[in-house]
Design a protein around this ligand. Structure first.
Ligand code: PMP
Length: 406
């Protein structure tokens, strides 16, 4: 059974799920970005309003309170991820910035010619391009792990691919196109067996899985606030404390220093070392509210809810006999498909007229599109507020599209 609906009406918490006329908007693009619950909107409004001040500097009470709020957000993220300490949490602009930070600091100092970085076919461009940039500068090489027939990262192939020169394995915990879930602990064990580090792109996992850094045994973990029902402009890089300590700073400026003089500058310890400039104060406070919201519902229940919706949608799509489905049967709430004879963009446009929002395109995963042999897919992705009505609206829209296209 679908776990969170229809009795637990979560839609009421999300003002973004209505059209301007107040009709239901069937938002099936949560993998791109999640709608925000009122609690998050209220938190950001308070933080920008009556609570607003800078952090870490002011001697006045308002600034001290804001600093407390900012650091409380870091503590909350640490608890949410099962981190050993809040010092392992670096606030960044998003997952993209987190991966770039690791590539530019750890990557640029640890990689040299002949070293190997392992990625997979299904990675988002943000977990490909930063490594290509580092590879270009260091002479490191990229190996690409293939997928199983049903679209999961093939861990058997990963085992064969990694070797003594592998320094880093960087993989999506959950695919943003196929919804496939990685056995992350197995991947970590394989990486560590050759002395490599492992980074997980947790963009699609953080909104729907219990994160436990100790159990995953990974080295770096990244996610974006806006995909976990929080605001844009903030994300999280988690790394083992000893790794963060060993990494040189990336951006220079205020807040990341110990002492500055023209004779030489010394740097603050992590996480401050990696947070140059005035940080995303209001965003961090709103992210705290988002994590409270998600945690109260239970990420494992959200996973079950969205996986069940994905299973139902796959079943309905299959019943049309006009749809190609991509990805594994067991999907973390993300369904990519092609409707026979209809370009995904045309489908998306017709669905929009029916107040149904899906994504159509390459989903920032062009190598995966090439692997699937399509230029684009249509993608429906669920969030905690999704329910069977959204699936019904999508199916009505697909039927209408089929009639239009004859
Ligand atoms: N990785 C995955 C799996 C994603 O889904 C996304 C966002 N689509 C990203 C990375 C990049 O996240 P952001 O654009 O928020 O930095």
């Amino acid at each position: 059974a679908v776990i969170l609906s229809p009795d637990a009406d979560k839609k009421a918490d999300f003002p973004g799920l209505l059209t301007p006329e107040g009709a239901p908007w069937h938002y099936l693009d949560t993998a791109a970005t999640a709608q925000k619950p009122q609690a998050v909107i209220d938190a950001i409004s308070r933080a920008l309003g009556k609570d607003y001040a800078t952090v870490h500097r002011g001697v006045y009470a308002r600034s001290a309170q804001m600093t407390q709020g900012y650091e409380a957000a870091r503590d909350r993220v640490a608890r949410f991820m099962g981190a050993k300490s809040a010092d392992e949490i670096v606030f960044v602009r998003g997952a993209t910035e987190a991966i770039n930070l690791v590539a530019a600091t750890w990557g640029m100092t640890r990689l040299s010619a002949g070293d190997r970085i392992v990625l997979s076919v299904l990675e988002h461009h943000s977990n490909i391009v930063p490594w290509q940039m580092v590879a270009e500068r260091t002479g490191a090489q990229i190996d690409v792990c293939p997928l199983t027939d049903d679209g999961r990262i093939d861990l058997g192939a990963l085992e064969a691919l990694i070797g003594p020169r592998t320094r880093l394995v960087s993989l999506a915990h959950v695919s943003n196109v196929l919804g496939s879930v990685l056995d992350a602990r197995k991947a970590a064990d394989l990486a560590h067996s050759v002395g490599a580090k492992i980074m997980l792109d947790g963009c699609q996992a953080a909104p729907r899985m219990i994160l436990d850094m100790a159990a995953l045994d990974c080295d770096f973990y990244a996610f974006s606030g806006h995909k976990i029902y929080g605001p844009t402009g903030i994300g999280v890089l988690w790394a083992r404390e000893e790794l963060l300590e060993s990494m040189p700073p990336w951006q220079g400026g205020g807040a990341m220093i110990d002492k500055v003089s023209f004779q030489g500058t010394t740097y603050a310890p992590p996480p401050q070392r990696f947070e140059a400039g005035t940080p995303m104060i209001t965003e961090a406070i709103a992210l705290h509210a988002a994590i409270d919201y998600v945690d109260a519902l239970g990420p494992d229940r959200l996973f079950a809810h969205e996986a069940e919706l994905a299973r139902k949608l796959r079943e309905e799509l299959r019943r049309t006999n006009a749809v190609t489905l991509f990805g594994p049967e067991e999907s973390a709430g993300i369904v990519s498909f092609a409707l026979e004879g209809v370009h995904p963009h045309d489908l998306g446009t017709i669905l929009d007229e029916e107040n149904v929002a899906i994504r159509a395109g390459h989903h920032c995963a062009q190598p995966l599109m090439e692997h699937l042999g399509v230029p684009a897919t249509a993608r429906a992705s669920f969030g905690l507020y999704s329910d069977e009505n959204d699936i019904a609206a999508l199916m009505r829209g697909i039927e209408r599209t089929r009639r239009i296209f004859g």
